[in-house]
Design a protein around this ligand. Structure first.
Ligand SMILES: C[S@@+](CC[C@H](N)C(=O)[O-])C[C@H]1O[C@@H](n2cnc3c(N)ncnc32)[C@H](O)[C@@H]1O
Length: 298
């Protein structure tokens, strides 16, 4: 099966007998050869996408043959993925913190570390009173939407400098039925933001500019540099945010930021220099420094 070329697949000799099981096995090999790290999982996600069913459905009907329409749609998405387009751009969506989000090349594909940033927010946020939360650099809107969904008393503001990102975030808020709880503002960090917040959360661009060229091709060629480029030392955007943080934090308000794994001590110093208290560096599941958290004095 693996010896078959993609071009050959779909030809007259391979028509109706291609079942879900056979297609998945074949694609796993094809993706393995292409260097895709999770070949079987990606094959399942793409087939479920092409058939417009849940992945579970594939396990329930492994012997079902694909129709020629299904086969040709699947073939086109497999080709797209094999040529280096990120999986999430092929399917146009991503699952994040139990919710579904639309994604395209105008926004960063949300990463699993950012789900852990949300864990840090959710476990600190009070449930018994209204709170104001700000998501700086919202991108797809994952942080803002999840705060609105999982913190029922949160009023959320989501900011981005990119109007196309904001459009996507707005769409995702509708998809997840929290559009009425989020205000979207086009702004260069705090420029158009008003008032004070109990929680300011950000996953800012933090990659050192000279490291951008070393990022995997998939990231380099398909994700927007405005979402990645942290300037010459990676901390430029973090310093810009920190310079204005105190003006926008309530007394006792908390800031939580995602950072690069070598930036912990430096970002901690930045937050201490603006006299935040209880500043800590927290690790992600891979045991790497990943989040810096600080509190405004009472
Ligand atoms: C690393 S991405 C984070 C996206 C999303 N919050 C997430 O965690 O997946 C950084 C975001 O900051 C936005 N951004 C970059 N510069 C900005 C600025 N000066 N003001 C506001 N947002 C900015 C980018 O457009 C991008 O959406």
């Amino acid at each position: 099966m693996r010896a078959l070329s993609l071009r050959g697949w779909g030809g007259t000799t391979l028509t109706t007998e291609w079942t879900i099981r056979e297609v998945l096995n074949w694609t796993r090999g094809y993706f393995e050869d292409a260097g895709i790290v999770q070949p079987r999982l990606e094959a399942e996600i793409l087939l479920a996408h092409a058939l417009d069913v849940d992945r579970l459905h594939l396990y329930m009907a492994p012997d079902k043959p694909l129709t020629s329409d299904e086969r040709s749609l699947y073939r086109s998405v497999v080709k797209e993925r094999q040529s280096g387009t990120p999986l999430q751009h092929v399917t146009g969506e991503v699952s994040f913190y139990g919710l579904r989000f639309r994604v395209d090349r105008e926004v960063l594909i949300p990463r699993s570390e950012t789900e852990e940033l949300l864990d840090q927010v959710i476990k600190r946020a009070p449930r018994d009173r209204e709170i104001r939360c700000l998501d700086l650099g919202t991108g797809t809107g994952v942080i803002a939407v999840c705060m609105a969904r999982y913190l029922p008393q949160a009023q959320v503001t989501a900011v981005d400098i990119s109007p196309t990102a904001l459009e996507m975030a707005r769409e995702n808020s509708k998809l997840n039925e929290v559009a009425d709880r989020i205000e979207f503002i086009e702004s260069d960090w705090f420029t158009n933001v008003e008032g004070k917040f109990d929680f300011i959360v950000s996953n800012p661009p933090y990659i050192r500019r000279d490291e951008l060229a070393d990022l995997p091709k998939e990231v380099r060629e398909h994700e927007p540099s405005v979402a990645l480029d942290g300037g010459t030392d990676g901390l430029e955007k973090i310093r810009l945010i920190a310079a204005q943080l105190r003006m926008y934090l309530q007394p006792d308000g908390v800031v939580l930021m995602e950072i690069g794994h070598e930036q912990g001590e430096r970002v901690k110093k930045i937050l201490e220099s603006i006299e935040l208290v209880h500043v800590s560096v927290e690790r992600d599941m891979a045991e790497k420094d990943r989040f810096v958290i600080g509190r405004c004095p009472s």
